[in-house]
Design a protein around this ligand. Structure first.
Ligand SMILES: *Cc1c(COP(=O)(O)O)cnc(C)c1O
Length: 392
């Protein structure tokens, strides 16, 4: 089976020639394994017993009453092992690395969440793991650095450039180019050169497959709209993919509006980016007049990414998915609201999706049926929130 290489004009492989054979090898291995019942049953078993799937589709009764609009369900990815959807992808890719006889995995991380998810899966398979992380991010994200070290990973500080995610990406690719024979590169979202966006989408598609069955079981009908936050876009793509062909269902991706789109401090790559190359693929990218990558900003570390997966750029241009953004302040308000009304402290990333719903509640009808992807839990964000809300 072929793995999508382009989404309209987007995607592709903008990488050094030396890694093209490795991408071909990956595409061939994945093409073979996704059709292999043995691989699928191993993956299913890990998702069930290690990750904790299926995650519930939870009817948020008090939130529904408080908003006074449509019926709202939450897809509870916050209940996955390690507290977010990222583990669905890393467990799958580590299984792939094992099948491909790779003896080492690498990844880059910004806030550390993909680093932790990769280190967790690497520990599960007993494979050495190196995580590239900007020095500035290492200082800001101490907890995740400690978690990665406890999980046995080597955290490699990156001191070049702005000492953040994009510099860590460059170093990880450089490592891969040098050690491509024995090293598997774990990409954390529906980004990167082909075939990564298609592989990560498929590994995350379990979210939407479960949600589709669960909503029909609970309500006997399809939802009217799905809402998910978009950083690189993997939790959104994972939820949307089972619903893409059902044209009547509205799909909404919510980017990080940061301090406002005109402040220049945001992560709204689709709304404010231009076509460009980041992380080995063509997509909408936040860039300056020279095409240099700009730093993204968001109160939520996971949405702090200056690009977006290429398929989202395509779905935007096609008009199949609508993209909007909410600000840091709006996300923070939704963070407290969900905590108080449902007893669920969401990740600040996921709070963006809740905030979109609350902000535009007048656009929804009472018989609308909404699924919001609760991509992660908020434990990691409590200090950030406490500072912003002046609780400490
Ligand atoms: C990393 C992260 C995101 C953003 O990544 P996507 O690829 O856009 O899903 C969203 N929510 C949580 C909880 C995350 O950890």
């Amino acid at each position: 089976m072929s793995i999508t290489a382009r989404f309209g004009p987007y995607g592709g492989r903008y990488v050094p020639e030396t890694v093209i054979p490795a991408l071909d090898e990956l595409a061939a291995a994945y093409g073979r394994l996704r059709a292999d019942p043995g691989f699928q049953s191993q993956l299913d078993e890990l998702l069930k017993n290690f990750v904790g799937r299926p995650t519930p589709l939870y009817f948020a009764e008090r939130l529904t009453a408080k908003l006074g609009g449509p019926r709202v369900y939450l897809k509870r990815e916050d209940l996955c092992h390690t507290g977010a959807h990222k583990i669905n992808n890393t467990v799958g890719q580590l299984l792939l690395a094992v099948e491909m006889n790779k003896s080492r995995v690498i990844a880059e991380t910004g806030a550390g969440q993909h680093g932790v998810a990769t280190a967790t899966a690497a520990a599960l398979f007993g494979i050495p793991c190196a995580i590239y992380m900007g020095e500035k991010d290492i200082d800001r994200q101490e907890l995740n650095v400690v978690r990665m070290k406890l999980l046995g990973a080597e955290v490699i500080p990156v001191s070049s450039g702005s000492r953040t995610l994009k510099d860590a990406m460059n170093d990880a690719i450089r490592d891969w180019v040098t050690n491509v024979e024995n090293t598997y590169y774990v990409i954390g979202s529906v980004a990167g050169p082909a075939p990564y966006p298609a592989i990560v989408r498929e590994l995350q598609s379990v979210i939407g497959r479960e949600a589709l069955a669960q909503i029909q079981e609970a309500e006997g009908r399809l939802p009217t709209e799905l809402i998910a936050c978009v950083g690189g876009g993997s939790n959104a793509m994972g939820l949307f993919v089972s619903f893409l062909d059902k044209e009547e269902i509205r799909l909404t991706g919510v980017e990080a509006g940061g301090e406002g789109l005109d402040s220049g401090r945001h992560g709204a790559s689709i709304e404010r980016g231009k076509r460009g190359v980041l992380h080995g693929s063509l997509s909408y990218v936040l860039q300056d007049a020279y095409g240099q990558i700009m730093e993204a900003h968001s109160i939520s570390a996971g949405l702090d990414y200056p690009g977006v997966g290429p398929e989202h750029s395509f779905l935007h241009d096609e008009g199949r998915v609508r993209y909007d953004s909410v600000t840091d302040a709006e996300a923070l308000k939704a963070f407290t609201m969900l905590s108080e009304t449902e007893g669920i402290i969401p990740a600040l990333e996921s709070a963006h999706a809740i905030a979109y719903l609350a902000k535009h509640i007048d656009r929804f009808a009472a018989d609308d049926l909404i699924i919001v992807n609760l991509s992660g839990r908020g434990d990691k964000d409590v200090y950030q929130a406490a500072r912003a809300l002046e609780l400490l």
